[in-house]
Ligand binder design. Structure first.
Ligand code: GAP
Length: 445
């Protein structure tokens, strides 16, 4: 259970220790809610994204890919409602000079008395709440005053709506069909973020699925199930996932219905991904603002309509966090404690470690040859530093499903020991055909 074995402290410390994820700008003391991804973090992140593309594109015929710009025409955000409505209510404390989300005061700590909430202590002096827009502003042009104010996108979705007409033409698709995109989004979040759960910049995996209006409800249900299944297929315990429909007062300005896929993080149930029924809000709003028709005309009947949109919107960082938390385990081998990430093989940053038992007697040379063989088809790591037990433990901690050990017998009969991360079973297998064997073992779905 993530709530028992794992704490956020353990995950944060593992991420830092093994270089998955660590605070950005650390030499300057860090910067709020901003993290850098190191070697294993990058590999895990790429694997999460690859699995999302696989589910969206490779396994379907009705979704196409897009990579739109981060900075779009500023009227985009007027039409989408983000300029007017993408805000959080904030209060400042005149005593401690800290800023708080007015609607989260009960969960936050007073700047001077962390045992109390802001406003609880007699010394607290909070301002009236005011709306604070979450979009980051910048300027195009060399002179700030003369330049045009533009915004870093707070969601990737709007780029998809702007390109709807183009994609309709070149992709030769008709509703129901989707446009998928993965990319960075930016939000000026001021609430402390629970590690990478809430950050200022983050990657989103979003898909806008355009449907005939009468089919919207069915597709909404379809995408809720599809997305829930995706997390389970990639190893998350179904008991740690739930769907929660938004109450009317929680709905975003564009949505007629939203359900969150929530995950049981160590600090409680929280949103992993949102599935929204956006109706025709966005296409209608951009059509009106740009004076363009953003509709689909049936070539047979000739009837034109504005498609409705079902949107599954996931966060890469949040998914990674959930995959790591769910995979985290501590157990004991031969009286020694180990930490293991039981990641799904498709997500594991390294698929196999190749380890010479000794740093002499021809073991390293043979191990390097085996390593060269397997790395052609999968991400592998060669490690000859330290006792074999420690090397196994290092690989367990980063979630490597298999370890191959080269020993004196290898030099006699060309076999190696294959160790399974989860069962700890060790079998003797031939070097000849090892890469194929590993591929078969890794190809679980
Ligand atoms: N286009 C719809 C949209 O952006 P959202 O619920 O605001 O909806 C979708 O965001 C997903 O993006 C969230 O479920 C979460 O996984 C991720 N996300 C949103 N804000 C985030 C932040 N500040 N840091 C990390 N991930 C975030």
């Amino acid at each position: 259970m993530p709530t028992d074995a794992v704490t956020m402290d353990k995950i944060v410390s593992l991420c830092k220790r093994r270089g998955f994820i660590f605070p950005a700008s650390e030499i300057y003391g860090g910067i709020a809610n901003t993290y850098d991804y190191g070697h294993y973090g990058v590999l895990l992140k790429q694997n999460v994204i690859a699995q999302w593309w696989k589910a969206m594109i490779q396994e379907r015929d009705d979704v196409v890919a897009l990579d739109s710009a981060i900075i779009q025409h500023p009227r985009t955000w007027e039409a989408s409602g983000h300029l007017a409505g993408f805000t959080d209510p904030l209060v400042d404390c005149r005593t401690c000079k800290k800023r708080f989300r007015a609607d989260h005061l009960g969960e936050l700590e007073c700047g001077k008395r962390p045992s109390k909430h802001p406003g609880e202590d007699a010394q607290c002096d909070l301002t009236e709440s005011r709306e604070f827009n979450l979009m980051f502003e910048t300027t195009i042009g060399p002179v700030k005053e003369a330049g045009a104010t533009v915004y870093l996108r707070p969601e990737t979705a709007q780029g998809i709506f702007l390109d709807f007409k183009q994609v309709l033409q070149f992709a030769r698709r008709k509703p129901p069909f989707g446009i998928a995109q993965v990319g960075k989004s930016f939000r000026n979040e001021i609430t402390p973020g629970n590690f990478i759960f809430r950050t200022l910049e983050f990657e989103q995996m979003e898909m806008e699925f355009f449907v005939p209006p009468a089919e919207a409800e069915d597709w909404y249900r379809h995408w809720m199930q599809e997305r829930l299944d995706w997390y389970v297929r990639l190893g998350i315990d179904p008991e740690h996932l739930r769907l929660r429909a938004h109450d009317a007062d929680e709905l975003s300005h564009y949505s007629t219905g939203t359900s969150d896929i929530e995950y049981l993080f160590p600090y409680g149930w929280s949103e992993l991904e949102g599935i929204a029924n956006r109706g025709d809000f966005d296409l209608s709003a951009h059509a009106a603002m740009a004076g363009e028709k953003l509709e689909y005309r049936d070539p047979q009947g000739g009837e034109a309509y504005i498609p409705h949109v079902i949107e599954p919107a996931a966060g890469v960082g949040r998914s990674m966090l959930a995959f790591m938390i769910d995979a985290y385990a501590e157990d004991e081998i031969g009286g020694e404690q180990r930490t293991v990430l039981r990641l799904h093989p498709a997500l594991a940053p390294v698929k196999v470690a190749v380890l010479p038992l000794l740093r002499k007697d021809g073991h390293p040379e043979k191990a390097r040859a085996v390593y060269e063989q397997v790395r052609r088809t999968m991400n592998a790591e060669y490690d000859d530093g330290g006792a074999i037990g420690r090397r196994y433990r290092r690989q367990d901690e980063i979630g490597t499903p298999f370890a191959v050990t080269i020993d004196h017998q290898t030099l006699e009969d060309d076999t190696v020991t294959l160790r399974d991360r989860d069962t700890l079973a060790q079998e003797r297998v031939a070097v000849d055909g090892l890469a194929r064997l590993l591929q078969d073992k890794l190809a679980v779905d």
